[in-house]
Design a protein around this ligand. Structure first.
Ligand code: INI
Length: 158
C-alpha cells in the first residue's frame, strides 16, 4: 500500500489571504487565526499577502485573479455570512463556495473555503476563535497541507 501524506511545514511558497470586510468583527479573528497558523508553521512575513474584499460575494473574483497570476501557491478565502431576515445569505453562500471551487479546479491553485455560514453572530464568533475553534486556522492548515501534498504528487516516482 502506498500512502501519501504531507507534513505541515511552510517552505518558500507565497500565500494569499483574501478576507471579507463585511462582518469584520468576525473576519478579523479569522484572519488572526490564519496568520498565527502560517507563522507558527514557518512562514515569514514576506511570504504572506492579505487582500481585503468588500464582502464574501467578492471573494471568488479576487481568488480567480490571484490564482491566475500564479504568484501564490495557495489562496485562503475568509468570510462570515450570517443569516438575516431574507434569503440573501443563501445566494452568497452557494455562489462563493462554487466560485472558489471553480477557481481551484480551473487553475490548479488550491483555494481554501474559510467562509463561515452561520445562523447568528454567536455561532460565528464561536467558530472564529471561540469555543468551536477558528475557521481561519483550519483554512491556513489546509492550505499548507494542500501545497505540500500537491508537491508530493508531482515528485518523481509518484
Ligand atoms: N457579505 C458577507 O460577507 N456576509 C454577510 O453576511 C453578508 N450579508 O448578509 O449581506 C454579506 N453581504 C455583502 C456581499 O457579500 C457583497 O459584498 C455585496 O452584496 C456587494 O456585492
Amino acid at each position: 500500500m502506498n500512502t501519501i501524506e504531507s507534513n505541515l511545514l511552510v517552505g518558500n511558497d507565497q500565500f494569499a489571504i483574501i478576507v471579507s470586510r463585511f462582518n469584520d468583527l468576525v473576519t478579523r479573528r479569522l484572519l488572526d487565526g490564519a496568520l498565527d497558523t502560517f507563522r507558527r508553521h514557518g512562514a515569514k512575513e514576506e511570504q504572506l499577502t492579505v487582500i481585503w474584499a468588500p464582502g464574501s460575494f467578492e471573494l471568488p473574483q479576487l481568488a480567480q485573479q490571484l490564482a491566475t497570476s500564479k504568484k501564490y501557491a495557495a489562496i485562503v478565502a475568509l468570510g462570515a455570512v450570517i443569516q438575516g431576515e431574507t434569503t440573501h445569505h443563501d445566494y452568497i453562500n452557494h455562489q462563493v463556495a462554487a466560485g472558489l471551487m471553480r477557481t481551484a479546479q480551473e487553475t490548479g491553485v488550491p483555494v481554501m473555503f474559510g467562509v463561515l455560514t452561520c445562523e447568528n453572530l454567536d455561532q460565528a464568533l464561536n467558530r472564529a476563535g471561540g469555543k468551536a475553534g477558528n475557521k481561519g486556522t483550519e483554512a491556513a492548515l489546509a492550505a499548507i497541507e494542500m501545497v505540500n501534498t500537491l508537491k508530493l504528487l508531482k515528485s518523481p516516482g509518484v
